[in-house]
Ligand binder design. Structure first.
Ligand code: KG4
Ligand code: ZN
Length: 338
């Protein structure tokens, strides 16, 4: 069974073809980074308009790369929540029109469940229930995952998401956008120890990254923002900041596993592409008796393979959407969902 997946929730226009919920036949992504770089973050209306331009060509590319025509597709899956509303609406409208015109079932996919499904797709050894961890530009969430589609939020950030903190600190250091990869590259060029920042361990089970961001700002520019003659090297700051954030992400995720008796931790989202985080979590997981499973590098950041994958899994269970499917910007995962 072949599923065409469409993803437009933020600033990546993506489409993919996946067989039977697990075999990725194609994965086309058009990043809008060039359009948002000057603003240091994603501008919602710019992003929505860019999706409107790109969604059809990207879907055509996904089909061509997979070597299949639309006549071979069995279902159309689309991210309908959560995300930027204008962006989601472009994908939902496109997927609806395509499915309706071809007489295909339409499948609604939750973007966060899809990030976690990217782990399951690559690691069949993942068993439910397990802890799920999404570390991205919009989310820093821990979930008690009961199945591919049931994720109950157990902890979240009270302010910035981890990826957002990477992006803001990269901006302070003049390293460019997106900040995560830029900070990781800069940190790798620092041979000595990084600048020390206190790991953000307060807030109990929840996360908080706005304090360390301000800490970096003061260390680099001084309390009055005028700059400091003794400001440390950007690479040294990048390394120390990354270390502190990785420490907090690692220890809080493992503490959540301990609290629930979980022996597997599934990690996805853009920041899960960070090599220092992958190494540290894996190493500490071994010490704690927790098997840490990551989404493959290319399926950490937003992509449609995870959407087509989860869409295929849902379609196989007959869980299709009606033609009244709506786009929903935010959702409450606290009480668990189906
Ligand atoms: O999952 P994603 O593509 O979009 C959201 O759903 O948010 O995540 C994007 C975020 C950005 O904040 C980016 O800076 C961060 O993931 N990111 C990284 C790395 N690659 C991407 N953060 C740290 N290290 C990386 N290598
Ligand atoms: Zn995402």
């Amino acid at each position: 069974m072949l599923t065409l997946g469409i993803e437009t929730s933020c600033d990546e226009t993506a489409a993919a073809v996946v067989r039977d919920g697990c075999e990725v036949l194609s994965d086309a992504v058009l990043s809008q980074v060039g359009r948002h770089g000057a603003f240091g973050g994603v501008v919602p209306e710019v992003a929505a308009r860019a999706h409107a331009e790109a969604v059809h060509p990207i879907a055509a590319k996904a089909l061509a790369d997979a070597g299949v025509g639309l006549d071979r597709i069995d279902a159309v899956a689309v991210t309908n929540t959560p995300g930027l509303i204008g962006c989601l609406l472009v994908g939902v409208s496109f997927a609806k029109a395509l499915a309706l015109s071809r007489g295909l079932p339409l499948v609604a996919v939750d973007h966060l469940a899809a990030h976690l499904y990217a782990v399951k797709m690559a690691c069949p050894a993942l068993r439910y229930p397990c802890m799920g961890f999404i570390v991205s530009g919009g989310h820093t969430d821990l979930y008690w995952s009961r199945s591919e589609t049931e994720h109950e939020l157990t902890a979240s950030t009270i302010d910035d998401a981890a990826g957002e903190a990477f992006d803001k600190v990269a901006r302070i250091l003049g390293l460019g956008f997106p900040g995560g990869p830029a900070i990781e590259r800069a940190a790798a060029t620092c041979a000595g120890p990084g600048e020390f920042f206190e790991p953000p361990m307060r807030q109990g089970e929840d996360f908080s990254f706005s304090g360390i961001k301000t800490g970096v700002l003061y260390r680099v520019r001084g309390q009055n923002g005028a700059g400091r003659p003794d400001a440390p090297e950007p690479a040294r700051v990048a390394k120390g900041f990354q270390e502190a954030v990785v420490h907090a992400l690692t220890e809080k995720a493992l503490a959540a596993c301990r609290a629930r008796g979980a022996t597997q931790l599934a990690v996805g989202g853009g920041v899960a592409a960070n090599k220092r985080l992958r190494a540290r979590l894996t190493e500490r997981g071994v010490e704690e008796g927790v098997e840490v499973l990551f989404a493959p590098m290319k399926f950490c950041t937003d992509n449609a393979a995870m959407v087509a994958g989860l869409g295929g899994h849902l379609a196989a269970q007959g869980r299709t959407a009606g033609w009244d499917l709506d786009a929903v910007a935010t959702k409450d995962y606290r009480r668990g969902r189906e």
